[in-house]
Design a protein around this ligand. Structure first.
Ligand code: FAS
Ligand code: PHB
Length: 421
């Protein structure tokens, strides 16, 4: 059935759009997701690998964490490797037990799509030529084309969750938005390998030849990255060259060996920092990559998308339950607090760990920072609390400061109950 009317029209079925739709469902609020790609494409897009503690807690508390809890890998530390030496950052010891979970983004997407379909959600895949209209009024509309021809969806609000290359951000008049961007003189070359795990925890390696990262996907598949030229090409990297380069960058004084495996996926990821302000315009609300991008060194992108929509869902639930608009009016300011904290942390991790050509001063600063963060508890704690993720805030308190744990989901449930009264 083609829906003509809903409460919240959501553009994009990535983490931002799907988590928002699920949270709204919990609050008794209807939404429709319009997604340009097919379900199988969305569910097979290789992206992030690391979930913050707050993301795991939220997904678990809102009923989509069962497989994540069963198949995810909880990590209580990471290794910083430099000067041929390993240095462990004891994430959980330094943050009162908080940790990260390694669970691929495309698995999160599968869990969320399943949850939305099972609860009767409306997800329109392969929606083409999506355009948004009248979002400066109280009667916004979304137009799109699907197999049944031209469609129009009338809604109360539009959530632009269509990623960095989507059209929602560009729909905000240029005079009404400010864009902040930083480009980096390198990219990441990512590979998927059929091999056993190379280490118990993630390895972030600083080396004169460039950055590398050892991550994992499962007991049989490993995820590795190494810094490459921004315009590099996978054709320049036959398997043998990849293994020799990774071994050189990960070499330790006690001769740590990287066992070769079957590389079955190669890809190059661009590196940028980006924020648009404000993240809202009239009844259009931007969330996730549609509003901001971070270099993946801090493992923040997906987690920021979830944090945005947790604030937005609470604000929408408050509006529908009580008619109050303060949460909606404060959405952008509340979300941007965490966005800029994550932007800084991701820039800081990237600046500390990557090779910057012909910049010996930067190299010395990096070694000073690495030595400090691996010898000072205070410095290590600062890294750890940013890496595992600061507690989620629902943006509801007046100052927007209260860091409420996902127990604030009761806020959504409470508001939903009052809305039904
Ligand atoms: P997404 O881009 O995930 O989703 C947007 C959705 O909108 C897509 O499904 C798209 O098809 C759809 N869409 C776009 N335009 C549309 C239109 N006009 N109409 C309808 N639908 C439209 N983050 C990490 O934390 N760790 C990582 O290791 C990491 N690795 C990454 C690797 C790569 C190659 C990339 C590109 C990103 C990576 N990220 C990583 C960041 C990534 O995970 C994003 O932060 C995350 O997907 C953000 O989710 P969304 O905001 O939902 O955007
Ligand atoms: C990943 O496993 O894809 C991954 C892990 C940590 C990062 C970035 C990517 O910082």
């Amino acid at each position: 059935m083609i829906r003509k009317r809903t409460q919240v029209g959501i553009v994009g079925a990535g983490p931002a759009g799907l988590v928002l739709s699920h949270l709204l469902h919990l609050a008794g609020i209807e939404s429709v997701i319009l997604e340009a790609r097919s379900r199988s494409e969305v569910e097979s897009t290789l992206r992030a690998g690391v979930l913050e503690q707050g993301t795991v807690d939220l997904l678990t508390r809102c009923g989509v964490g069962e497989r994540l809890q069963r198949e995810g890998f909880v990590h209580h530390g990471i290794e910083l490797r430099f000067g041929g030496q390993p240095h462990r950052i004891a994430l959980s010891d330094l943050t009162g037990g908080r940790a990260i979970t390694v669970y691929p983004q495309h698995e999160v997407i599968k869990d969320l799509v399943r949850a939305r379909v099972d609860s009767g959600g409306t997800l329109v895949f392969e929606a083409r030529d999506v355009s948004i209209h009248d979002y400066g009024s109280t009667r916004p509309r979304i137009r799109y084309v699907c197999a049944n021809g031209d469609q129009e969806l009338r809604c109360d609000f539009i959530a632009g969750c269509d990623g960095f290359h989507g059209g929602c951000r560009a729909s905000v008049p240029a005079r009404a938005r400010t864009e902040y961007a930083r480009h980096y003189p390198f990219g990441w070359f990512g590979i998927l390998v059929r091999a056993a795990p190379y280490a118990a925890e993630l390895i972030y390696a600083h080396h004169d030849r460039g950055f590398s990262l050892v991550s994992t996907r499962s007991p049989e598949v490993q995820r590795l990255y190494f810094q490459c030229a921004p315009n590099d090409d996978t054709a320049h990297w036959p398997d043998d060259r990849i293994w020799r380069e990774l071994q050189a960058r990960l070499q330790t004084t006690d001769d740590w060996r990287l066992e070769r495996g079957d590389i079955f996926q190669k890809g190059i990821i661009a590196m940028r920092s980006f924020v648009v302000e404000p993240m809202q315009y009239g009844r259009l609300f931007l969330a996730g990559d549609a509003a901001h991008i971070v270099p993946p060194t801090g493992a923040k992108g997906l987690n920021l998308a979830v944090a945005d929509v947790y604030i937005l869902a609470n604000a929408l639930a408050e509006f529908y339950a009580s008619g109050r608009k303060e949460g909606l009016e404060r959405y952008s300011a509340a979300a941007l607090e965490r966005v800029w904290r994550a932007e800084h942390f991701s820039w800081w991790m990237t600046s500390m760990l990557h090779r910057f050509e012909d910049d010996p001063f930067q190299h010395r600063l990096q070694l000073a920072q690495l030595n400090y963060v691996t010898s000072s508890r205070a410095a290590a704690t600062a890294l750890a609390e940013n890496y595992v993720g600061l507690p989620l805030t629902d943006g509801m308190s007046s100052a927007g400061q209260s860091a409420l744990a996902p127990e604030a989901l009761t806020t959504l449930a409470h508001l939903a109950v009052s809305a039904r009264m």
